[in-house]
Design a protein around this ligand. Structure first.
Ligand code: ATP
Ligand code: ATP
Ligand code: MG
Ligand code: MG
Lengths: 226, 226
């Protein structure tokens, strides 16, 4: 499903160059469940943004379902992303003027779900993450962990083929985090490919493979014991 | 240092009333190190916002150093807060147009640190949290964990008497999280009172007392074994 080859992402800051990605080549098959770990600043979110088609590498290639993502024109890319990919951002990126229901329904505008069914599906997704009684709350009327769960519901609303989740349990207490992990496992069994960045070793254990990054490259890539 | 009595915070949402705080009475002595835990949505951030003078309760009283915080006029409150309290927000709240150095220096404008010494102190604080090589980066040029550490440096810059930290290690990998905890322990030994909201049981273990919340009230309050 995913094949990257020697991804490099650099930023120029005055005289210095920050190498956020320094040659990342990974291959992820359809249906896999991969955790990405590594120190703060090691390039995990940068890699996720490239995989999500939200950012272009400075050099290197990214193939998604054999399609060269960097080569797609902007509208084809937006369409492709919306249909195939669900993204949970590290800082949620909810729209502040829309309530939870509208935030979750938004990605369905171009997708697989018929118009009359969208709000119904959005409500279901919110119930799945325990927010059935918060659907009319706007982001500022929600706790940190509730906002995170709205972001998760939104990523799953359009029935994506690939879920990219950047620290999706970071703001959740242990029990709510476990409920989200169980949801992910169920969806993975049903065929969803999952790539999850996490700092939590217990979350990483539930994935089937752990990729470790440091200073912009992959330093380890191991199967979890089943 | 801190005494709250029957704090209540409600929000009206259409016909419903959300009871974010439902009668919270806590007492925290100067020099204590208290962790607050509880499920997502249980009222932890709401309590922290009241303790930080950022939000008024719907009813109930909050005394800080014997001063009734709810009774202070706005400019006295701002002054009091700036001098006494360092706040690490759950979502960081950095100013996007200022770089890390300027973000950390900002609270010192009215404080204990002389003008020529402020940028120097800001740089020191950033070095203390491992960001010496990121001081000119703006928030969007920083990783999630780097932004969190800027927020921590900013909270400590003005040498507060009370540190209120809302999930200060949520975006940090294990090792960086430990470094922050060691910094907090050192400052606590030097007299800083610390109240930290956390979902991480290991972080809570390093505090000397753990207060648990559920549905807007305190359900447990125990000393940690030393
Ligand atoms: N726009 C930018 N300009 C300059 N440097 C940047 C920019 N964006 C990111 N960086 C740097 O690139 C590095 C990698 O950032 P990234 O967000 O991928 O880290 P991360 O592994 O997700 O970290 P965390 O665990 O803290 O979220 C960081 O050191 C960061 O300072
Ligand atoms: N402005 C608001 N209007 C309505 N409800 C609100 C508002 N702000 C917070 N709430 C509700 O109050 C409750 C407590 O929120 P709070 O942010 O204190 O939770 P928390 O314990 O910090 O949770 P988390 O661990 O997820 O950060 C939540 O259920 C939330 O939905
Ligand atoms: Mg990140
Ligand atoms: Mg909170």
């Amino acid at each position: 499903l995913i094949q990257t080859s020697n991804l490099i992402k650099t930023y120029k800051m005055g005289n210095e160059t920050v190498r956020a990605l320094d040659g990342v080549s990974v291959r992820i098959e359809a249906g896999e469940y991969v955790a990405i770990m590594g120190p703060s600043g090691s390039g995990k979110s940068t890699l996720m943004n490239v995989l999500g088609g939200l950012d272009r590498p400075s050099s290197g290639e990214y193939l998604l379902e054999g399609e060269n993502v960097g080569g797609l024109p902007p509208d084809r890319l937006a369409e492709f992303r919306n249909a195939k990919i669900g993204f949970v951002f590290q800082s949620f990126n909810l729209l502040p003027r829309l309530n939870a229901l509208a935030n979750v329904a938004l990605p369905m505008t171009y997708g697989a779900v018929a118009p009359d069914k969208r709000l119904q599906r959005a409500k279901q997704m919110l119930e799945l993450v325990g927010l059935g009684d918060r659907i009319h709350h706007r982001p500022t009327q929600l706790s940190g962990g509730q906002q995170q769960r709205v972001a998760i519901a939104r990523a799953l609303a359009n029935q994506p083929a690939l879920l990219l989740a950047d620290e999706p349990t970071g703001a959740l207490d242990e029990r709510t985090g476990i409920e989200v992990m169980q949801l992910f496992e169920r969806l993975n069994k049903e065929g969803l490919t999952i790539v999850i960045v996490t700092h939590d070793a217990e979350v990483a254990q539930r994935a089937r493979r752990v990729v470790r990054m440091r200073d912009g490259h992959v330093v380890d890539d191991v199967r979890n014991a089943p």
